[in-house]
Design a protein around this ligand. Structure first.
Ligand code: SAH
Length: 345
C-alpha cells in the first residue's frame, strides 16, 4: 500500500522533494492546496506535471470515510463516525460557537486508560491512529461543513478530547499538530490547539520539549489520591502530585493557562470539601478550571449532581479566585458530549 500524503509534515515533504530533485515550490503549493484550500480534486495549481505525476504515483490521498453523521437537534453539534481502512471506527465532534466551530479529535481507537467514568475506556485500546487519520478527521469535517452548512466552514479551535489518550500516541499527535500549525497550510494558531491528558507523565515530558505553546488540559477529577485512583487507574503509576509537579516545570507564556478539567459526579467528588482541597491544590498556578457535570452513557455507574450542588462547588472555587467555568453539555442528545464517544454507536 502507498504511504499517505497526509502523514507528511512540511519538513518531510521538503525532504522528499529534494531527494527526488523536484521543483522546491511544490511543497508550499501542495500544502496550500490540501490544507488551506482543502480541495478534493488533484492539485492543479502552479505545479510541474512531473511533480504531480510523482506524488500521484507515490502517495495515497484517501481520507477516513464518513460512515454516519448525527446532527444534534438541541444545538448545532455534529458527530461524525468515521470508518478507517481496517474497518475500525472513531468519532469526531464539531462543537458550535455562534457560526464557528471547535473540533474535538480522536487520537486512538479506544483507549488504554480505562477511566471508570468514560465510555471510550470501556472499549480498551484497539490501536493508535496515524497522523493521516487524525488530520483526515479535520479535513473531512471541514468539507462536510462546506457542503452542508455553506459559509460556516470555520473551525477555530482544535481539541484532542475525543477518543483516546493523545499523549499515549505522541508521535502521530505531534505530527498532526505540526501539520495544523504550518503556515503553508491550515495555519492554525498555536494557542488554538489543546491537548487533554489523563496525566500520562512520559508524554507530558515530551510535550513540553517538542510541541511547546500548544495548550494543555489535565483531567484532574479528584484532588484525593484514593478517589483519583478509582476514577483514573493510571494515577496509581503516575500520582497526581507528580503530574502537577511535571506540569509546574513546563514554561508557559504570559497569557497561557493550563486547564484543569473536573468531572462532577453525584455523591462522589461534589462536596465543599472536595472543592476546598481542589482550590488549595491549584491556587497560585496559571490555572483555569472547567467543571464538567458528568454525562451519562449506556451502563454508566455514576450520576450528575443537581445544578444547585454544581453551583455551590463553583462558589467555593471562586473564593480561591481561580477562573472557573461550568461547561454546559452540547450534543448530548446524540451522545456527542464528553465521555460519550464509543465506536459502536
Ligand atoms: N484521554 C484524554 C482525552 C479524552 S477525554 C483525557 O483524559 O483528558 C476528554 C475529557 O472528557 C476529559 O476531561 C475526560 O475526563 C472527560 N470525560 C470523559 N468521560 C466523561 C463523562 N462521562 N462525562 C463528562 N466528561 C467526561
Amino acid at each position: 500500500m502507498k504511504p499517505s500524503f497526509y502523514d507528511l509534515n512540511y519538513a518531510d515533504l521538503e525532504q522528499i522533494i529534494n531527494q527526488n530533485n523536484l521543483n522546491h515550490s511544490a511543497a508550499s503549493v501542495l500544502f496550500n492546496w490540501h490544507y488551506k484550500k482543502k480541495e478534493t480534486a488533484q492539485c492543479v495549481d502552479k505545479i510541474a506535471q512531473s511533480s504531480l505525476a510523482f506524488f500521484d504515483t507515490t502517495f495515497d490521498f484517501s481520507l477516513p470515510e464518513i460512515d454516519t453523521v448525527h446532527e444534534s437537534t438541541n444545538d448545532r453539534t455534529v458527530k461524525f463516525l468515521f470508518k478507517l481502512i481496517d474497518h475500525h471506527k472513531v468519532e469526531t465532534v464539531l462543537i458550535p460557537f455562534h457560526n464557528k466551530y471547535s473540533i474535538c479529535l480522536s487520537s486512538q481507537v479506544g483507549c488504554a486508560m480505562n477511566c471508570s467514568f468514560c465510555f471510550t475506556g470501556k472499549q480498551g485500546l484497539k490501536r493508535n491512529l496515524t497522523t493521516s487519520e487524525i488530520v483526515g478527521q479535520f479535513i473531512q469535517a471541514w468539507r462536510w461543513l462546506a457542503v452542508n452548512r455553506a459559509g460556516e466552514e470555520r473551525i477555530l479551535n482544535i481539541v484532542f478530547m475525543g477518543q483516546g489518550e493523545p499523549l499515549h500516541n505522541f508521535d502521530a499527535v505531534k505530527k498532526a499538530c505540526e501539520i495544523f500549525l504550518s503556515q503553508h497550510g491550515a495555519s492554525i494558531g498555536v494557542q488554538k490547539i489543546t491537548i487533554s491528558t489523563a496525566g500520562y507523565i512520559p508524554g507530558l515530558k515530551r510535550w513540553s520539549q517538542e510541541i511547546p505553546g500548544v495548550n494543555l488540559a489535565l483531567s484532574l477529577h479528584s484532588p484525593f489520591e484514593e478517589k483519583r485512583n478509582e476514577l483514573i487507574p493510571i494515577n496509581k503509576k503516575y500520582p497526581l502530585d507528580d503530574v502537577l509537579a511535571t506540569i509546574d516545570q513546563i514554561p508557559l507564556s504570559k497569557k497561557q493557562f493550563v486547564t484543569y478539567e473536573y468531572i462532577l459526579i453525584k455523591d462522589f467528588n461534589d462536596t465543599p470539601e472536595d472543592a476546598e482541597k481542589l482550590g488549595a491544590l491549584l491556587v497560585g498556578k496559571s490555572a483555569y478550571i472547567n467543571l464538567i457535570p458528568f454525562n451519562s452513557f449506556p451502563g454508566s455507574q455514576y450520576q450528575r449532581p443537581d445544578l444547585d450542588k454544581i453551583e455551590k462547588f463553583k462558589d467555593v472555587l471562586d473564593t480561591f479566585k481561580i477562573p472557573t467555568l461550568i461547561r454546559t453539555a452540547k450534543g448530548d442528545d446524540v451522545l456527542a458530549a464528553c465521555g460519550q464517544l464509543n465506536s459502536k454507536n
